[in-house]
Design a protein around this ligand. Sequence first.
Ligand code: FES
Length: 150
Amino acid sequence: MSELQDLYQELILDHNAHPRNVGVIDGCTHHAEGVNPLCGDTLKLFLDVKDGVIRDAKFQGAGCAISTASTSLMTQTLKGKTTAEATSVLAAFHALLTGDGGPPPNPELLGKLLAFAGVREYPSRVKCATLAWHTLDAALHHKGEPVSTE
Ligand code: FES
């Protein structure tokens, strides 16, 4: 395993053991609930958006290590970004994990999220990594119903 892969592994383990931004945002402007039907794990995401900028992002739930780490890193990444920038990161992350649709992975845009590149080799875990991002898409577009990774 390369040094970089080791670092990425460390990052995922750290964010699973110590997830950032866990909680609820009272009076949030955007929220959504997501579910991974393969395991039944659910996730609630809360955003505080003002003047098109995501000022805060928190979550509750999530399941396995990959899902928890992905959600934690996503909330860190979102803070301070415009909703348009968040949509670009979402598309880049999707492309990183699936290789289809959207723009090709953009290393500059993804930053630490590149840690999840290896998940692509494990199709059953891709939904774990993308659960948070499906939920983000729903939250940004005010979809009322819980969204699924299917
Ligand atoms: Fe449920 Fe990964 S096993 S989200």
